[in-house]
Design a protein. Structure first.
Length: 290
């Protein structure tokens, strides 16, 4: 019995000391998500560019973090970086209360590839994919030209006749206004270290193709359904009215032909005959419409 307990304890310690190794390749600007173990007390990061350094990104009980954010509680805790950059390449290590390594997660970042179709006259937007504008450089390569439009956040297009006042820089993207056939090609975004962040290919199209899930198409469909229903109901109403008119024309005359009888009061026999005749016609019309 004693040996069984020892074997079980040894197995438990061996499982607890097992380190989970995992890795992931993410396109630049994508979200990084790491599930935190329920036994994790801290998350450390060792950058791939400088393995000699280690940064503490998260520690249990601390409200402020040097990088990233945490959501969830208990065994459903997750640590996020909304947009990864090359600086986020490296190894993420989770440690328990005794500073023992629980898991390692290696992240590699690759350039992001985009394909965009624009209608002539529209604006093309190149996302900065998580880098600062001051670190961004954008070049264009196409049949018409091979030029640098932005360097370290500053516009170089003002020196280019074809791009003068058409390139605008924003905090989240770079805009090329009023695109035309000469703007078709590849737009390459680089960071300050001259690493390729993204490659965007732009082609012109006559019109945008809207899918079934497009909100505009859904709105048009929603507006078209009541219109169709009203149209059908209108046809049925007109048909019933036409049948009713035809029925009234074919009804036999029950009274003498001649001038209308003089008005009679409610208690007089003429008024009773008039009410009964009107009631009969109404009942006949109701039967014909139903």
């Amino acid at each position: 019995m004693m040996w069984s307990v020892v074997i079980l304890l040894a197995a438990a310690f061996s499982v607890e000391s097992y380190t989970v190794h995992d890795h992931e390749r993410l396109a630049h600007g994508r979200q990084l998500k790491i599930f935190l173990s329920k036994n994790a007390e801290k998350l450390e990061f060792t950058p791939a560019d400088d393995p000699s350094k280690t940064f503490l990104y998260w520690e249990k009980g601390r409200l402020r973090m040097s990088k990233g954010r945490v959501s969830g509680t208990g065994s459903d805790r997750r640590w996020y970086i909304d947009k990864v950059t090359y600086e986020d390449q490296g190894t993420y290590i989770q440690r328990d209360f005794w500073n023992k390594e629980i898991s390692t997660f290696k992240v590699a970042v690759t350039p992001r590839h985009n394909y965009v179709k624009c209608v002539a006259g529209e604006s093309l937007y190149i996302s900065l994919e998580g880098i600062d504008l001051a670190d961004a450089s954008l070049s264009f390569s196409g049949e018409a030209a091979n030029v640098t439009l932005v360097r370290d956040g500053a516009r170089m297009s003002q020196d280019l006749v074809d791009y003068w006042d058409r390139v605008q820089t924003h905090s989240m993207n770079i805009e090329i206004r009023n695109v035309n056939f000469s703007d078709q090609g590849h737009y390459i975004l680089r960071n300050r270290r001259d690493r390729v962040v993204s490659v965007t290919r732009m082609d012109l199209t006559d019109h945008h193709e809207y899918t079934g899930g497009n909100p505009l198409m859904a709105l048009l469909l929603l507006l078209g359904i009541p219109a169709g229903i009203c149209c059908c109901c209108r046809k049925k109403i007109f048909k019933k009215k036409a049948n009713t008119a035809a029925t009234l024309q074919t009804l036999p005359s029950t009274g003498p032909v001649g001038p209308s009888p003089p008005y009679s009061g409610p208690g007089q026999p003429g008024a009773v005959r008039l009410h009964l005749s009107f009631l009969s016609v109404c009942l006949h019309i109701s039967d014909s419409t139903s």
